[in-house]
Ligand binder design. Structure first.
Ligand SMILES: [Zn+2]
Length: 353
């Protein structure tokens, strides 16, 4: 089976060749925007490295399917945690250099904790281990230094695949320790056809490529997990409902949201991303603008005409988007969640019934 990744033929061809010639590097650095599907490419490259089939990656064998489900014991994926950073202890732990106290700290922060000595111990099912670090720009300088130390004398049975959106990472030493590969974003219709190649049916593929703005990995996540998509829709519908919620009830709601935020920061911040999609839809379907772009939400929940009838002015929608962005920033700089969310809810448009 050919590669399903949306990366260009040139990129895939290069990776394929390194495998065929058994010339894989100890570390790769994929540079490109998240919409280019660097993560999807990193995972598919992992499949190609582990797959025993003649036309690897076959997408059918145990290695391929387990990687697809993030269940392969010899593949570790490290991504920024709820803080937005990749903490130093997570990288230290790869080589075992971490105390029990630091582990407790990690648990408190609700981050995935890599198995201790992961980079030093033997693979279980494949002939090597792969560690994907998605978004190395999310590591502070001293964390990057630890990673550099590991890459200076790389463990023999580990391949590192790093990704970054930030070109400036290339200026540091990290760039010189890795095989660099630039991954270009692909056109919208290619996202759709790439989703179809990954087994998503035509209608859903076209919807997902539209609502994720061509973000291939997000679209794949939604396709693989329909409950994610349903959660996204219910977050979305929270905004049109909010229009009719009186101020005193909003204050109470803010308390609830703030509590959710304390438990699951990343989830609430992601919900806020979705809220902005509603206001964006309100703008494109308003009489003032009327842009012929697809709506984010499925028509069973709300049609363009229904949204139009709410009579939301472009200026209202843009100020809502600004208020949400302001709240996200304030939350990320550790402001008082309750006050920030209360302020946001008070500033969202209100319709008196
Ligand atoms: Zn396979």
């Amino acid at each position: 089976m050919p590669w399903a990744s949306s990366a260009t033929q040139e990129t895939v061809g290069f990776l394929q060749k390194t495998i065929e010639l058994s010339k894989t590097a100890h570390a790769y650095l994929f540079v490109g925007p998240a919409t280019a599907g660097t993560m999807a490419l990193a995972k598919e490259f992992s499949q190609a490295l582990f797959c025993q089939s003649e036309d690897a990656p076959c997408h059918e064998c145990r290695h391929c399917t387990n990687i697809g489900k993030n269940l392969h014991p010899d593949l570790l994926i490290i991504e920024p945690g709820s803080t937005g950073f990749i903490g130093i202890d997570r990288i230290r732990r790869l080589i075992g250099d971490v105390s029990n106290e630091q582990i407790k700290e990690l648990e408190k922060r609700d981050e995935d904790i890599p198995p201790r000595y992961y980079a030093m111990t033997s693979p279980l099912e494949a002939d090597k281990k792969i560690i994907i670090i998605h978004g190395v720009e999310a590591m502070l300088g001293d964390t990057r230094d630890i990673l550099l130390k590991i890459l200076e004398e790389p463990p023999s049975k580990v391949t590192f695949i790093l990704t970054t959106e930030d070109e400036s990472v290339l200026n540091g030493t990290l760039g010189s320790r890795c095989q660099i590969l630039r991954v270009k974003p692909i056109a919208f219709d290619q996202v759709e056809s790439s989703l179809i190649k990954n087994g998503v049916d035509q209608e859903l593929a076209s919807h997902l490529s539209a609502i994720t703005g061509g973000h291939i990995q997000k679209a794949l996540d939604y396709a693989a997990n329909p409950s994610l998509l349903n959660n996204m829709y219910s977050d979305y519908m929270f905004m049109p409902n909010m229009l009719f919620i009186p101020i005193f009830e909003r204050i109470q709601l803010a308390e609830e949201t703030a509590q959710n935020y304390r438990g699951a920061k990343a989830l609430v911040l992601a919900s806020m991303d979705t809220w902005m999609l509603f206001w964006r839809d309100a703008i494109i379907s308003s009489n003032e603008v009327n842009i012929d772009a697809p709506m984010t939400v499925k028509s069973e929940l709300m049609t363009r005409d229904e949204l139009k009838k709410m009579g939301i002015a472009v200026v209202e929608a843009t100020s809502a988007i600004r208020a949400i962005q302001k709240a996200q920033l304030a939350l990320q700089s550790n402001g008082n969640a309750r006050l920030i969310i209360e302020d946001l809810y008070m500033n969202l448009p209100l319709r008196i019934q």
